[in-house]
Ligand binder design. Structure first.
Ligand code: HEM
Length: 216
């Protein structure tokens, strides 16, 4: 990658994040999916579980890494099964979009002691998004706690999101683990329907309240 000579000067950001999310605009809001399917590793082989899911994705203020300008969403995923009240899977992070280059990123934080940064490229009108992370990579990589590193080594993560014409979207996630020396494909899929529109990002809210205050 070519780094510009000036790594400090920032671009002018727009306060309205929702207007600059490119392909991520279609992910903004609160979502529910009732027909998730998970394949996870168990002592006697793969276990298949049905799950239901709620995802909240809210716009954040624009972020600058020097000249690199990013717009994004902060997300939280909460998954349950019909059989148990305890969370089956919990995950939080950010979806980020760099309009200048078409870079998309998803950060993952999973409370089993695991974190990842997955990356990909997309156009603003993309109907499919793919992000990937690999263990050992220092850019789009995966970090796990020592126990997971030895017992359930996570070698790769790939997420494919498909946007549908009716405003819903679906995903398939492929996480390759090494369990007792053998590869195990930990797979998840679901279809999400919007149940609430996103809020405004904090900077835009402030701007609008200041403009309202000045007018009154
Ligand atoms: C919808 C998404 C996901 C669901 C519903 C889910 C669910 C599960 C379940 C039920 C287990 C078995 C837990 C146990 O038996 O103790 C598991 C194991 C595991 N998952 Fe996921 N998972 C998801 C996504 C991911 C992702 C994205 C990653 C990593 C990038 C990941 C990494 C792991 C690892 C390393 C294990 C093995 C640890 C263990 O079994 O104790 N999972 N997952």
């Amino acid at each position: 990658m070519d780094i510009p000579k000036d790594i400090f000067t920032e671009q002018d950001a727009d306060p309205d994040t929702l207007a600059h999310l490119g392909p991520l605009r279609r992910l903004a809001g609160t979502w529910e999916g009732k027909r998730g399917i998970d394949i996870n590793p168990k002592e006697n082989g793969p276990e298949r579980r049905d799950y239901y899911e709620r995802i909240v994705m809210e716009p954040i203020d624009a972020q600058s890494n020097g000249p690199q300008l990013l717009y994004g969403l902060r997300y939280h995923i909460h998954i349950n099964t019909p059989e148990e009240e305890i969370a089956f899977h919990d995950q939080a992070g950010y979806w980020l979009w760099e309009p200048d280059t078409g870079l998309i990123m998803q950060t993952l934080s999973i409370p089993r002691g695991q974190t990842a940064l997955a990356g990909g490229k997309a156009t603003a009108d993309a109907t499919t998004l793919v992000v990937e992370a690999k263990r050992g990579a220092t850019d789009y990589g995966i970090c796990s706690t020592e126990f997971l590193e030895q017992a359930f080594r996570t070698d790769s993560y790939r997420l494919e999101v498909t946007f549908h014409d009716d405003g819903t979207w679906s995903y398939v996630s492929d996480t390759t683990l090494i369990v007792r020396g053998a590869p195990f494909l930990h797979k998840d899929r679901n279809h999400l329907t919007k149940i609430a529109e996103p809020d405004l990002n904090p900077w835009l809210k402030l701007k609008r309240s200041q403009a309202g205050g000045a007018a009154s």
